[in-house]
Design a protein around this ligand. Sequence first.
Ligand SMILES: Cc1cc2nc3c(=O)[nH]c(=O)nc-3n(C[C@H](O)[C@H](O)[C@H](O)COP(=O)(O)OP(=O)(O)OC[C@H]3O[C@@H](n4cnc5c(N)ncnc54)[C@H](O)[C@@H]3O)c2cc1C
Length: 509
Amino acid sequence: MSFDAVVAGSGPNGLVAAVTLAAAGRRVLLLEAAEGFGGALRSAELTLPGRVHDVGAAVLAMALISPAYRDLGLTFADHPAPQAGDQSRQAGDRVQQTGDRDRAQQAGDRVQQTGERDRPADVVFAHPPVAAAHPLDDRPAVLVHRDAGRTAEGLGRDAAAWRASVGAAARAGGPLAETLLAPLGWPKAPLAAARFGVFGALPATVLGRTVFRTAEGRALLAGMAAHSVQDLRAPITSGYGMLLAASAHLVGWPLVRGGSQVLADALVARLRALGGEAVTGQRVRDVKELDAPIRILDVTPRQFLSMAELPPGYRDRLRRYRYGPGVFKLDWALDGPVPWRDPQVARAGTVHLGGTMEEIVLSEAEMAAGRHSPRPYVLLVQPYAADPTRGGHTLWAYCHVPNGSTVDMTAAVEAQIERFAPGFGDRVLARHTMTTADLERFNPNLVGGDIGGGAGSLGQFLRRPVWSPAPWRTPLPGVYLCSAATPPGGGTHGMGGYQAARLALREHP
Ligand SMILES: Cc1cc2nc3c(=O)[nH]c(=O)nc-3n(C[C@H](O)[C@H](O)[C@H](O)COP(=O)(O)OP(=O)(O)OC[C@H]3O[C@@H](n4cnc5c(N)ncnc54)[C@H](O)[C@@H]3O)c2cc1C
């Protein structure tokens, strides 16, 4: 059978590209090198039988906020966290068509489609009672709630700083998020984007020291900005932190009920329902193997360089592309919840460990300089706070390490957890660790353990992977890149795939 389009790689970008093409009536073949679909969306029994762990992405705010999933025909449901005294919110999952989500986001509410209730949703987003917590040594943890006002109130003297930075981004809502996720297009919300840029362009250290005044506010900002996997003294690290924090207010920081794999499987099922084919265990080694007018590659520049003969100018530009630091990933099976010193932390889906802003800045600077921090910033997710279907208390975490690091960071990461949860070690039934090399073996797009498909510096925010109004297009006719190495970069938003597929559809009518 002949195909109109072949997509290589089934991360969120490859999957969104494939479904977008199939939904436009094209005959699509999706080839995945691994034995399972999903790339960094995969889930697996990494520790004990029956324990479901997200190997890669766990908190999928970026999928909910992204316009890419809008027209794919999937149904999403929100499973809100039970709140004390709020019976209505426990009533069950609220189903919504992905096409209506943007409207819902803008209204600051979640829609429920009439008549959709009886149909099980393709993907249920499970919300923890608290989006994120940031424990501190000598005082209560700082909490990020779905509600921006409540979060600001908890910051005391920094309430106004939170409202002016993150709160303003959240109030600008879907149009601002859409602008930031499609950075090379004309902004949908130019005023909000300009306002966001005033703070967002700054290094997190500058925003933290000039606008925020309390240890709590500064620590919270640093913990958010550190998701950028950069030295926090670098430009635009504030922007990463503000966008992420604003997404907690806009759509929450949910996990997928049953594991992130459920979203990948739903996309594959949708592709097949649209007549597409999807095959695992098929590594594409040369673009010449792909026989179709449209060929979309969910790979990063280093892989692309080995897969194609490219014109020298473009080849040299790809060679200048830089990968960012890597991560050391841990998963645990526990016999109960983490015994946090501050019990409020138990209600959070995501926990930022690392203490004060100064400590986090130091640990990220060490990592950026090629060293291993003895007290690393740790990003931790407790799925059981939102999703009881993971086979028990499972725990997920990573810390940042230099690209290609071979150091086992288990002791340093567990020491950071013990610091805020004494007795944690007694809860561990089994653990699974992945060095940067293990991650790259699992998924070749995680070059040197870089989970963002390339450094997220200002330069590569603009030049991803090359400077171009259409960076998804390559000089090879009909060949497009769609991975996290294309705008807008890392995350489960699927926007690289969406943009590449739409460009291909326009250029191959
Ligand atoms: C440990 C970890 C934690 C993360 N946490 C989060 C999070 O909580 N929230 C969030 O939003 N994001 C998170 N991310 C980032 C996010 O998952 C990635 O940015 C995103 O998955 C990138 O999508 P992608 O489609 O570009 O590539 P990937 O998801 O990396 O998938 C690429 C796929 O292409 C396949 N492939 C590669 N080369 C070939 C080839 N030659 N032929 C065929 N197939 C090929 C690979 O096997 C893989 O399946 C995390 C990532 C990791 C690794």
